[in-house]
Write a protein that binds this ligand. Sequence first.
Ligand code: NAI
Ligand code: PYL
Ligand code: MG
Length: 278
Amino acid sequence: MALLTPDDLKNIKDALVSNDRLIEKLTGTDLKTMCSQIYGTAYHQEKIGIIPITAGGGIIGSFSESLLYTVSHFGMDGFITEKTDVAGFYEAVTKGADIILMADDFAFVAYNVRTGQIAHNQICTGIVYSEILIRTRPEIFKEAAAKAGKTENDLNKVLAIGIGKVGKHALRNLLDKGCDVYVYDADPAVLEKILSEYKGAKKYDPADPHAFLKIFEATPCADTIRDDMIITGAVLSTPGIPIALSEEKRREFSVTAVQEPLGIGTMSMIYQILDKKE
Ligand code: NAI
Ligand code: PYL
Ligand code: MG
C-alpha cells in the first residue's frame, strides 16, 4: 500500500474545505449529506477515538491530527488517545469512544464499538470517489458536452484508471449504479483479471483512444491521464496520490478535480458504520 507522508497532509485543512465546496457544486449536496445518503445513516453525537499506531513504518506525523481535524471540521466529537496501540485501544474504549479510528501499514479501519460494524478505508474511498462522479449533475457538463458534440449517453460513460485495492470498489459501485465503465490498468494481468471478474466492465485500449467527461483514477503515480482521454470540461474524481493530472493540464482542459488525501475517505468510513437514519 502506498503510505501517506506528512507532506501529503500539510494542506489538509484547505483541501477539505475546497473539496467539500466542489462536491456540493458538482452533486448538489455536501460531503456529509452525500455520505449520509449513500449509507442511509446519520450522526448522533457518537464519540470518535483516534489511536496512533506504531506498528510497521510507525506513526505518520500529523496522521492522527488530520483525522481529528477532519471529524471536528464536520461537527463530530473526537479525541486522540495519549497511549498508542493496544493501550490506546483500552484508553479509547474506557474514555467512552463509540467509534475507533486506527491504521497500520496494511489497513485503516473505523470500528463501531457499540454495534461491531467495521469499515475499511480502501472500500469506502472507492465508494465515495466513484459516487461523486455518479452524482455529478448533468448541467455541469452542458457546455462541455455541447462543444464536443456529446449526448446524454456520454454522461453515463466513466473511464476508471488503476483498478487496485481502491479502484475495484469504485468499479463495483459504478457498475452497480448503471454506469458504462471503461477500465485501464498499467498491469495487463490485473486488467485481464478485472475484466473477467467484473461483468459489464469494458477494456480501455490506449491504441484506440476515446475521450471522457467523467474520469476516476486510483494509482500511486502522477501523469496517468493522457490528453486523448480527456474531453475539455471533464470531471476527475481521484483519491490517487500524487494527483493524476498536473495543474497545468487541469487548466489546459478545464478539468474540475476532486482530490484530497485522507478526509473524504474517512467520512465515508464513519458514515458506513453509523446507525441507520430513524
Ligand atoms: P494499489 O497498488 O492496490 O492499486 C493501484 C493500481 O494502479 C494497480 O493495479 C497498478 O497496476 C495501477 N497503476 C499503477 N500505475 C499506473 C499507471 N501509470 N496507469 C494505470 N494504472 C496504474 O493501490 P491502492 O491501494 O488502490 O491505492 C491507490 C492510490 O490511492 C494510492 O496512491 C493510495 O495512496 C491512494 N489512496 C488515497 C486515499 C485517499 O483518501 N485519498 C485512500 C486510500 C488510498
Ligand atoms: C490511509 C492511507 C491512505 C493512503 N495510504 C494509507 C496510509 O498511509 N496508511 C498508513 C497509515 C499509518 C498510520 C500510522 C499512525 O500514525 O497511526 N500507523
Ligand atoms: Mg480521501
